[in-house]
Design a protein around this ligand. Structure first.
Ligand SMILES: *Cc1c(COP(=O)(O)O)cnc(C)c1O
Length: 226
């Protein structure tokens, strides 16, 4: 893992993260544009988000539907080319709102959510890319489908034509994440999925070297969440 200096303006922080991403991709002999940077703006207000948009960032991540509904309509009116990804747990009763607001949903983790999302997509004629979240460390407190249940959940998603593009994980804290990233990559490959949403501020370079297609970076771009 690399030590990141944390410059205090958004443009410099974005440049530093992009440079580190490019370096990790080059080390893995992957094209730099193979990885999408999702700037995780949860808890940060529009005044903290605007400088990052002005610096060129276009893809953002939020973990709560309601918070995103409060912040993003105005920002999207100012910038029509932004993409918004949902990275936090989704309740079935928020599926309609999530499909209306988000361009991708990284937290599909159970049958009720699969069904609710499919219904909302059919109703709205909008089909955000979906990632199935895997509880890769089999941790009790953590969201995500356990590895053993994944084939059945993916089968359910196929039946209702949910556009599943890949898998997502948050590995256990405070241990080396690489083995978990590698496991997620293998499971995705075994299931014919090419998308890999993995890597956060502390480990996105490692994730990129192991094949991440989407990294979700908050603190390294926005500073601490206080
Ligand atoms: C908050 C969050 C992130 C970003 O975490 P940082 O360590 O601040 O980069 C990424 N993924 C998920 C699911 C999150 O909830």
């Amino acid at each position: 893992m690399t030590f990141h200096e944390s410059p205090d303006d958004a443009g410099s922080r974005l440049a530093a993260v992009r440079a580190a991403m490019a370096k990790a991709a080059a080390l893995a002999k992957r094209p730099a544009d193979a990885v999408t940077l999702i700037a995780v703006s949860k808890t940060h207000g529009v005044d903290a988000i605007r400088p990052l948009i002005d610096a060129g960032q276009r893809v953002f991540g939020e973990n709560r539907v309601q918070e995103a509904e409060a912040k993003w309509p105005a920002l999207r009116e100012e910038n029509t080319d932004l993409a918004l990804h949902l990275i936090g747990q989704l309740q079935s009763n928020k599926a309609d709102a999530a499909v209306a607001l988000f361009d991708a949903i990284h937290s599909v983790d159970r049958g009720s959510v699969v069904a609710a999302l499919a219904r909302a997509m059919d109703k709205q004629g909008r089909r955000p890319d979906c990632f199935v979240q895997v509880n890769i460390g089999a941790e009790e407190q953590k969201g995500g489908c356990v590895v053993g249940d994944l084939p059945a959940l993916l089968a359910e998603a196929r039946v209702v034509d949910l556009p599943v593009r890949g898998l997502m994980c948050v590995p256990p804290a405070d241990v080396e994440p690489a083995p978990y990233f590698a496991l997620l990559a293998k499971i995705a490959r075994d299931n014919g999925l090419s998308g890999l949403s993995m890597g956060m501020s502390g480990d996105y370079e490692t994730a990129i070297m192991i094949g991440a297609t989407h990294v979700r970076v908050g603190t390294a771009l926005f500073g601490g969440r206080g």
